[in-house]
Write a protein that binds this ligand. Sequence first.
Ligand SMILES: [Zn+2]
Length: 287
Amino acid sequence: MGQHSDPGQQKSRLETMTWPEARRAAQNGGRVVLLPVGAIEQHGPHLPVDVDNRVVTWLCDEAARQRPDLILSAPPIHYGFNEHNMGFPGTISVEVEHFVNYVYDVCRSFVRQGHTRVVMINGHGSNAMPCALVARRIVNESEDALAAAINHWSLARDLAARIRETPTGGMAHACEYETSWYLFLDPSGVYMDKQVADMVDHQTPFVWVDLMAGDGPVALIDDWSRLSNGSGVEGDPATASVDKGARYAEEEVTNLIRFCEDFRAMKVHPRRNYTARGSDPNPYYDE
Ligand SMILES: [Zn+2]
């Protein structure tokens, strides 16, 4: 079969490929791999527990669908690091060391298969630090591969500043933002008549959590059952809408593709050893 009749060229999701197609997608540095990383976690009384998975999987698949020449979408990491929400039904948690090692093994496999650019697209706040750590490990331990981690909401910060109605410090979980996303993806899965607000009192102005405005200066995530009014929400879903969800989705896909273009083109220079053990000449310092 010749290259021109190869349907694999247009395939954008790894799970649909045969191994010869997967091999071609990994050749010459390969397409940029997008790995969705989600969670199964309570999202208030009005949203299903799969919000984080659903959003990041859609995002990766859609970016890859638009640019199969550049991007390969991978099957997701379904479960996340979620200890703080185990007081609520429907939440599943993976111990942080297991999570880091497991996600690392998956990313490392893409590198072993030939890919030199891997991006974790994270949908769950508590996965952010572990994913960043995995990216660092891949970079540290690879000769020609780079890995990065993106919290998908970060791709829409500029847009959020323009369209959000929730005050800063209160758009964090099952909120205006996440509810808008789900309304866009599957309105039949959202019980808007059951949505409630919970503007969580963190008891000091130094601690707050907001997806779009960054977090407060102090890193402190307490067990959610201690802080919540019982709803599991952090924020106010009342002003969520399909239209906002569609705008967030479009913005994030656009920015994700732009990043992948830059990431693909990013140069990986050889490491130097300027220490007493090394022999690389230092252009700025020579004894
Ligand atoms: Zn979520």
